[in-house]
Design a binder for this molecule. Structure first.
Ligand code: NAP
Length: 292
């Protein structure tokens, strides 16, 4: 994949490749692990997976591979899909109390019969590397960086920072209003002095709004929804959406064929935000370990 493509009016478009950002984050992690090894313990991620959903298994494989390459230990607690809320909370409690475990990840979404609100408050906030506990989410909304951020919004922020995009005073449109992506991401952007507009399925004239923005961050989950009519030649576009297109191919919200070369910067799918998300998780496991 070329990094630059010819843009309208002869400008070059930059592809914001996640692999470069990830490489940088991982190097930072390696350095920190090396320095802190004399604490006598390795950072250790405890994973709790309920059932065997294929997307959870595939994410788990990628996490285990990344942890192993970085020197982060892992323990996977695989639970039966019919476990009840109390049973799941008991397993979380064991990881909370295990001094060897520095970070805990519970795969979500959980089965429908599980009371997710009770599960969220069961996790020790100091080990909550996926920002599940309300206390860590609250810190994001307060601009307090002592907690853990949700990994996907943080990955989008890291991409912008790595490629030198200054957010102060920029008009940024976020197309998503969920607690997993849009709301925390909007708070992080605000913290960097951006002017933020949040759009959703009831937003009128979406293209008018995105066309006025300097930066558009999308997480609709609708393959190839955005063509070039949504953007201007100097738009910066971060695509968080992941879904399958009509051919069954992995696709972002942005129609790459129509948009490529017609904006200033674009993060591709695959190869963009998704590839940075796991590195952010690793980084937060090391953060948790350093704080013990
Ligand atoms: P979600 O719960 O389905 O939320 C989708 C959001 O898009 C909602 O806020 C929805 O508005 C909005 N929306 C839907 N159709 C719209 C339209 N036509 N115009 C404007 N807004 C529209 O999904 P999610 O869990 O937040 O995830 C969103 C996407 O991000 C998915 O593709 C998911 O796979 C991807 N994702 C990627 C990563 C990663 O690591 N890269 C991680 C998490 C999620 P309403 O609120 O009005 O319904």
């Amino acid at each position: 994949m070329k990094i630059f493509k010819m843009c309208e009016r002869g400008k070059l478009m930059k592809l914001l490749k996640g692999s470069e950002v990830s490489k940088d984050i991982k190097q930072g992690i390696r350095n920190r692990i090396k320095v802190l090894e004399d604490k006598g313990r390795q950072p250790h991620l405890g994973i709790i997976r309920v059932g065997s959903d294929p997307s959870d298994i595939s994410y788990e494989k990628s996490i285990l591979k990344n942890c192993s390459s970085l020197g982060i230990q892992t323990r996977v607690n695989e639970l039966k899909s019919d476990i009840d809320t109390a049973g799941l909370i008991e397993e979380i409690r064991k990881f909370n109390e295990d001094r060897a475990i520095s970070g805990i990840l519970v795969f979500r979404p959980l089965p429908k019969h599980i009371d997710e609100e009770r599960v969220r408050i069961a996790i020790n906030p100091a080990k909550d590397v996926d920002c599940m506990h309300p206390l860590n989410l609250e810190k994001i909304f307060e601009g307090d960086s002592t907690g853990f951020a949700p990994c996907t919004p943080k990955a989008a922020m890291e991409i912008l920072s790595y490629y030198g995009v200054d957010l102060a005073g920029k008009d940024v449109v976020v197309v998503n209003r969920t607690m997993v992506v849009g709301k925390p991401l909007s708070m992080m952007l605000l913290e960097k002095d951006a002017t933020v507009t949040i759009c959703h399925s009831r937003t009128k004239n979406l293209a008018d709004i995105t066309n006025r923005a300097d930066i558009v961050i999308t997480a609709l989950g609708k393959a190839k929804f955005f063509d070039d009519s949504f953007f201007k030649p100097d738009s910066i576009v971060i695509d968080i959406g992941i879904s399958l297109d009509s051919q069954g191919k992995l696709s972002g919200d942005v129609d790459m064929e129509k948009v490529e070369g017609r904006v200033k910067m674009l993060s591709p799918v695959p190869g963009g935000v998704g590839s940075v998300t796991t590195s952010i998780l690793m980084k937060q496991v090391v953060d948790a370990w350093e704080r013990i």
